[in-house]
Each structure stands twice: as structure tokens, then as C-alpha cells.
Design a protein around this ligand. Structure first.
Ligand code: FE
Length: 288
């Protein structure tokens, strides 16, 4: 039997308030002053709000190149359409995984929907060899996302990766990601295998818990809305006390490549960014 190495919390990051798109107020914990990049993750936004004014302006038509974006909606309604012919509504529990590759234009417009919008967007970097791939798109309705329930009441929605032999519906993503929505009740514990060598993060958005518990380490207390970055290992353990916790557990394979980013474009070199801006001005973006 091989020995599993538990991961400890390496760093905690507080999100910063950001206004994005046409005026959407959100909390950003990756792509912030405190944390620019956690290879391969380029951005993490939390756009939960119960105030229509925070989100109704939305994200009108805009370009992307060189990345994949994952939008996970807990509540509300986001209407979207893009330059490769997709259009539809994201509703509670749905996931949209979009590979911009060499270029896509899209809009993401939250609707009023009882004044509630709750969700997250993650940007995952593409390696140099895939940055100019054909754009693609996976729309995953809530009903296709399996939920694993443990005896203690812990519930795990498996968007990507595997829990107790249950595989999430989002596949074929270059970073080989784990993307889980984990809810642990009070006075419980949870352990999840995470591939060794992969970057692992937890974004706590409800309650509080103790993360990175090991034999010789009591772990780190994390409260909403903090992001934890873990050291290497192959197991992640979380315990709760009087309060339950809910968090996104995200992991993926790091690229170890140079990053040149300019807004919605993420390439390897400054020249590739200039080339992209040239195409935009010439009206040849996105390439056919
Ligand atoms: Fe976008």
C-alpha cells in the first residue's frame, strides 16, 4: 500500500472587490493584486449578489483567446450567445465550460430572476500547443451533474474529476481538472484524493472549516470568502466544528509556461498579444 501525503494550506487569499464587464460587482480572488496567477488558474470570480444593480449590466459581447472559462451557477439566470453559434440560458446548478482557443466572441447577460444571481467563473490557462485550437463549448445542465452523499450528510457535486468512483460530466479539458462543490455539515470530516503535482485550491463561500489537517498539523481555519492554496500531496482533508462549510475544490495540472496576459487574452508572449490586438482592429477576430 502506498503512503498518501496530505496537503497543507500554503497560503490564504482574501478576494478584492472588482467592477467588471459593463458594471458587474464581484469578488475576485485570482487575478487580483494579492494573487496574479496560480498555474494553471488565471482568474476566479465570485459574483453572488441579491441586488439586481450589482449584476444586471452583465458582460456584453467581448473576445477571449488562449484560455478556457468555467461558469458555475448556483442560482439566477444568465443568457449567453457566442460567435460559434451557441446560445442559451444557464440556470441554477448549470455549468458552462468554454474553450476560447484561437478566438471567440461572446456575451454573458444575467437576468433579473427574483433579484438573485449566485455563481462563479474560473479561467483555466491553455498550454502553448493548444492556445490556437478550434474554440469549443460544453453546456452541462444541473441534472447531468452527479451528487455524492456521505453518511454524515456531506454532499459533493462532481462537475469535473472523480469522487468515490463517480465521474463528473465535464471532460476533455486540457488541465485535467477537479472541480467540486462540497458542503460539509457541522462536526464532520471530509477527505478527497487530489492528483500529486497538481495545483489545488479551495474557495470557501459559506461557513467555515479547518483545511489541510494532517497527522502533525492541526490545519488552518478558513472562513468565507477566503481562497486557500495547498502545498503538494495527494490527499486533502477538511474538518468542521460548530459550523458547516461549503466550498469549491479546484485542482489542475500546472503548465510551467510563460504567461502574457492582456484582459481577456492570455498568450505566452507579448508579440502574440500584439498580434491579437491587430486582428481585433482589422476586424479579423475571431479567425474563421
Ligand atoms: Fe467572457
Amino acid at each position: 500500500m502506498s503512503t498518501q501525503i496530505p496537503r497543507r494550506v500554503l497560503r490564504l487569499v482574501e478576494p478584492e472587490p472588482v467592477t467588471e464587464g459593463a458594471g458587474v460587482k464581484l469578488r475576485r480572488s485570482i487575478a487580483s493584486r494579492a494573487l496574479d496567477y496560480v498555474d494553471p488558474f488565471l482568474l476566479l470570480d465570485d459574483f453572488r449578489s441579491h441586488n439586481v444593480a450589482d449584476f444586471i449590466a452583465g458582460f456584453p459581447m467581448h473576445p477571449h483567446r488562449g484560455i478556457e472559462t468555467v461558469t458555475y451557477l448556483l442560482d439566477g439566470l444568465v443568457r449567453h450567445r457566442d460567435s460559434i453559434g451557441n446560445a442559451g440560458d444557464l440556470t441554477a446548478g448549470d455549468v458552462q465550460w468554454m474553450t476560447a482557443g484561437r478566438g471567440i466572441l461572446h456575451e454573458e447577460m444575467p437576468q433579473r430572476h427574483n433579484g438573485v444571481l449566485e455563481g462563479f467563473q474560473l479561467w483555466v490557462n491553455l498550454p502553448a500547443k493548444d492556445k490556437m485550437m478550434r474554440p469549443r463549448y460544453q453546456d452541462v445542465p444541473a441534472a447531468r451533474i452527479p451528487e455524492v452523499e456521505h453518511l454524515d450528510g456531506t454532499r459533493v457535486r462532481v462537475v469535473a474529476g472523480q469522487v468515490d468512483g463517480v465521474r463528473g460530466p465535464v471532460t476533455d479539458i486540457i488541465a485535467d481538472p477537479l472541480f467540486l462543490d462540497v458542503a460539509i455539515p457541522p462536526h464532520s470530516s471530509f477527505a478527497q484524493a487530489v492528483e500529486r503535482g497538481h495545483t489545488a485550491l479551495a474557495y470557501v463561500f459559506e461557513g467555515a472549516g479547518t483545511f489541510g489537517v494532517t497527522d502533525d498539523n492541526a490545519g488552518t481555519d478558513i472562513v468565507k470568502t477566503q481562497l486557500a492554496i495547498f502545498d503538494d500531496g495527494d490527499l486533502l482533508e477538511v474538518q468542521t466544528g460548530n459550523e458547516g462549510v461549503r466550498f469549491l475544490l479546484i485542482a489542475g495540472k500546472p503548465l510551467h509556461e510563460p504567461v502574457a496576459r492582456y484582459g481577456p487574452f492570455v498568450m505566452n508572449t507579448h508579440e502574440e498579444i500584439l498580434q491579437t490586438l491587430k486582428e481585433l482592429r482589422a476586424g479579423t477576430f475571431p479567425p474563421a
